[in-house]
Design a protein. Structure first.
Length: 280
């Protein structure tokens, strides 16, 4: 399969809104390179709605005097070119005290917790600040929570779910609305020799019971919308790790979870992103 690649320059203040709009139009995944957002769509998708969303965003920005700061271009990328490109850029990375994220073709470390990921194109490699922050916080709180049930909400590649198993959580559920994500998780389970992850294609409404830890690395607007549902799925002593939040969006997310009865335990900034830990 080939892919459409959109390279977009946009100020941080508008980034979250654009990501949400493009996600609704079927975007498979995003990469960030400094002030540039790269978005990928399957070559089978109709690009007219994507162009329309970009122009709508530009018009909205023009009302604030910043329309000239949205610049984009697109290209059709053959699958072979993409595969070689991302393989060259995917190098092992150490995260936190114990984790190493690496591709299948690299040598694993004997004294680290290896997280092997082969995401293909759509879901990233775990190098993004929000994913790294989730892993750091999971490691930090692993000895402070129950170890019975862990929920990875919006799982993507399944990286957080796999990390949860390797941290000792006994019952791990990975949920995503995208069937391609479920396929990616199944592949990465095999690469990590991890079998005990339950995969659910759906949303938090399709999940039953309560959890010691919920990790949700998704859009801040979705985190706000789902706050009551996420909190209702936490055990009495459970925590939620929230990520995918731009710094200027953090207050809105904090307010939503405090109004749902949670206490903010920690904020972890990383560049322009902030991750949040909240408990009852």
């Amino acid at each position: 399969m080939a892919y459409y690649e959109f390279t977009i320059t946009i100020p941080d203040a508008f980034l979250g809104a654009l990501v949400q709009r493009l996600t609704e139009q079927g975007c498979l995944g995003f990469l960030e390179k400094e002030d540039i957002l790269v978005a990928y769509f399957p070559d089978s998708a109709d690009m007219k709605p994507v162009f329309r969303e970009l122009e709508v965003m530009k018009s909205l920005m023009e009302k604030t005097g910043q329309g000239q700061h949205l610049v984009y271009r697109h290209a059709l990328i053959p699958e072979q070119d993409w595969n070689e490109s991302w393989k060259k850029g995917f190098v092992p990375i150490d995260v936190g005290e114990r984790f190493t994220i690496l591709p299948p073709w690299e040598q694993q470390s004997d004294n680290r917790i290896n997280l092997v990921v082969d995401p293909g194109m759509a879901f990233g490699t775990g190098h993004h600040e929000t994913t790294r922050s989730c892993l750091v916080l999971m490691e930090r709180y692993a000895d402070k929570t129950g170890k019975d049930r862990f929920l990875d909400l919006g799982t993507g590649t399944g990286l957080l779910a796999i990390a949860a198993v390797k941290l000792g959580y006994r019952n791990v559920i990975a949920v995503d609305t995208d069937p391609l994500s479920i396929e990616a998780v199944a592949r990465n389970k095999e690469l990590n020799h991890v079998s005990d992850i339950e995969l659910i294609q759906g949303s938090i409404a399709d999940v039953h019971g309560t959890f010691d830890v919920i990790a949700a690395n998704i859009l801040s607007g979705v985190l706000v919308q789902l706050a009551p549902d996420i909190v209702s799925c936490l055990s009495p002593s459970g925590i939620v790790i929230l990520s995918g939040i731009l710094a200027e969006q953090a207050d809105e997310v904090i307010m939503a979870y405090e109004q749902s009865g949670m206490t903010i335990l920690e904020l972890l900034p990383d560049g322009k992103w902030v991750s949040i830990v909240a408990g009852r």
